[in-house]
Ligand binder design. Structure first.
Ligand SMILES: *Cc1c(COP(=O)(O)O)cnc(C)c1O
Length: 367
């Protein structure tokens, strides 16, 4: 039996290989590698795609979130509300500013945080809310924005997993005051290396982030603030322009694969992803839940089906967050023990989906 890879990035790039070669050659021939025309063009194109005024390319997704928090003057003594079940970068961006991440448990069906639980976590120190559009599906943003408005808080989306996702017809990245996104190779819009971007329609914040990513400088050798070096390079920007051109098409294939999984796994007993009416997800990951997760995963492994756990250890259980070791976050703990991500990519074939499904159905007690 053939094995089914989780995500075959070599195969993913094969169909656009010619255009990627062209883009790389263009940059190589230009002799210009940092802060040039490819970055400017990509920023304009991705901002337009997301429906925001500004896109600012930065070094990676963590830096996008970190620089944004800096731009909003989040610092020591401030609290930022984050999901209890997210990739650790969401928390690290807050910690890097000297601020405190305040974890909120998600809705167990959508895996995203919601306004009522967020409201209960707001204190006089709260400065910002950072919802994550986990697995490629947006959080329910209208009530979160309304809550933030009432309390004078900033809403920063962690849109790293949601390039192209829609919320009531609006793109992820345009749903709060600002957003950070990641072009890590495995993301829906992935570079061939590290990359990230800040998205916002706020002119002042965009200017601040532009300074912060480039040593705190807008005019060469003139430094207004103590900044960082976190820029999206010309090669990655040129390659991302090619990949932005196929993003909708590739997201469309992910949707078809998710629909096939949904259809074929209905009634199997495993808990399938739940999509609320407001969301049009882009299926960065297809995540199911099982009480027998580890045995199921071992079974799939024996059947040569590659799976991944997103994420096996929640941030509050990490050695780097010992101050949170006593935190009562039972849902994050439970999800970490039950979630399993099935193979998902724009090049996964129907036959491979069928192979995953039959392997899954042949497991006794998948539910
Ligand atoms: C990938 C990811 C990030 C960080 O992106 P990097 O580019 O790897 O730094 C942040 N948040 C979430 C939810 C992610 O999935």
């Amino acid at each position: 039996m053939k094995s089914v890879p989780f995500l075959d990035l070599g195969l993913v790039h094969r169909e656009i290989r010619g255009a990627l070669d062209e883009a790389f050659k263009r940059v190589l021939d230009s002799g210009w590698f940092i802060m040039g025309p490819e970055l400017e063009a990509f920023e304009a194109e991705f901002a337009a795609y997301c429906g925001v005024k500004h896109c600012i390319g930065v070094g990676n997704g963590l830096e996008a979130l970190h620089l944004l928090l800096r731009a909003y003057d989040v610092g020591p003594g401030d609290e930022v509300i984050v999901p209890s079940n997210t990739f650790i970068a969401t928390w690290l961006a807050v910690s890097e500013c000297g601020a405190t991440p305040v974890p909120v448990e998600p809705n167990p069906l959508t895996h995203n945080i919601e306004a009522p639980a967020i409201a209960a976590a707001i204190t006089s120190r709260t400065k910002a809310i950072m919802p994550v559009h986990l697995y490629g599906q947006t959080a329910d943003m209208d009530p979160i924005n309304e809550l933030a408005r009432k309390h004078g808080l900033v809403v920063i989306e962690d849109a790293a997993q949601a390039q192209g996702a829609l919320y009531k017809g609006r793109r992820a990245g345009s749903l709060g005051h600002a957003a950070g996104t990641s072009f890590y190779p495995g993301k829906n819009l992935g570079a061939l290396g590290d990359g990230g971007a800040v998205l916002t329609s706020d002119d002042a914040i965009a200017e601040k982030v532009k300074r912060l990513r480039n040593y705190g400088s807008q005019v060469k050798y003139q430094h207004d603030v103590a900044g960082y070096n976190s820029r999206l390079d010309e090669v990655q920007a040129a390659l991302l322009r090619v990949k932005l051109g196929v993003l909708d098409q590739w997201n469309g294939r992910r949707k078809a694969i998710a629909a096939r999984y949904d259809r074929m796994l209905a009634g199997s007993g495993v808990e399938l992803p739940f999509v609320p009416e407001y969301a049009d997800p882009v299926w960065h990951l297809y995540v199911i839940r099982s009480r027998n997760r580890d045995a199921l995963r071992a079974h799939l492994d024996r059947m040569r089906i590659a799976t991944v756990i997103h994420y096996p250890i929640p941030p509050h259980r990490q050695a780097c967050y010992q101050a949170f070791a006593g935190a009562h976050l039972p849902l994050a703990d439970q999800l970490a023990g039950e979630v399993i991500s099935l193979p998902m990519s724009p090049v996964l074939g129907d036959d491979e989906v069928d192979q995953v499904v039959s392997a899954l159905l042949s497991f006794d007690g998948a539910a």
